[in-house]
Design a protein around this ligand. Structure first.
Ligand code: SF4
Length: 242
């Protein structure tokens, strides 16, 4: 049975936008994670999450993806919890951009560029965007790369000369450090290059293929050459239209 089919069946048998965590004595418990763009949350949103967690006897957990999860909840409570939270789910599907992690940049004394606006723009653009496999994006204001940007599928880092775009990073069972694609980019160029990488990955990779695995299959040299060719065309096209 294909991976997508297994995913569909699992999703059919579980409440929407909840992750099955445990089955103990025949009883299933789930986790839900609201979307918190860039990890920035208002006091009222935080209070709301705490109130809902308390009401439905969930356990709150700060996640590595800069969100607050509510764990250990009953399947029959999930829909009511989402209604009361009145927030979007953090993850729309396993085959999508899972999250865009953003470092505090402008709030940090080490930042070389304020990468926050770019990070938030990328979060808005790629929230839930469909991909061949789960995809993470990370944005950092200096080469310290907080938020493990080198372990993200697509990463953007800043230094004194501009923005650097890296690809193919992954943690988990098959860790892979990212490869650099370009540096000395403006904020707009970095945004365009991330779009080009996303489009190329979606068009060329097979369903289920992580970006790093896809790059290793076709070689980093070919990947880089192809995306930079498309990038140059797109940047030149925009300049000519201005
Ligand atoms: S990556 Fe750099 S700018 Fe961002 S939080 Fe870490 S040290 Fe600060």
């Amino acid at each position: 049975m294909s991976r997508e089919k297994v995913g569909e069946i699992l999703e059919m048998n579980n409440p929407k936008h909840a992750v099955l965590q445990k089955i103990k004595n025949g009883r299933k418990t789930y986790g839900i994670t609201p979307r918190i763009p860039g990890g920035f949350i208002t006091p009222d949103q935080l209070i709301k999450i705490a109130q809902v967690a308390k009401k439905y006897k969930g356990t709150m957990k700060l996640t590595s993806g800069q969100r607050v999860a509510i764990l250990g909840v009953k399947g029959e409570d999930v829909e009511k919890m989402w209604q009361e939270l009145d927030m979007e789910p953090g993850v729309l599907s396993s085959y999508s951009v899972k999250n865009v992690e953003v470092c505090p940049a402008g709030f940090c004394k080490r930042s070389r560029q304020n990468s926050l606006p770019l990070g938030m723009k990328l979060e808005k653009r790629f929230y839930g965007a469909p991909t061949p496999n789960r995809t993470k994006i990370g944005v950092a204001g200096c080469r310290n790369a907080c938020g493990s940007v080198h372990a993200k599928d697509i990463g953007v880092l800043a230094d004194e000369e501009g923005f650097i775009v890296v690809v193919g990073g992954s943690a988990g069972f098959h860790p892979r450090l990212s490869d650099e694609i370009a540096r000395r980019l403006t904020e707009e160029q970095a945004y365009i290059l991330v779009e080009v990488i996303y489009d190329y990955y979606c068009k060329e990779a097979e369903m289920g293929e992580k970006l790093g695995i896809f790059i290793d299959k076709i070689s980093i040299e070919k990947f880089k050459e192809d995306v930079m060719t498309i990038f140059d065309e797109r940047v030149n096209g925009r300049e000519m239209n201005e």
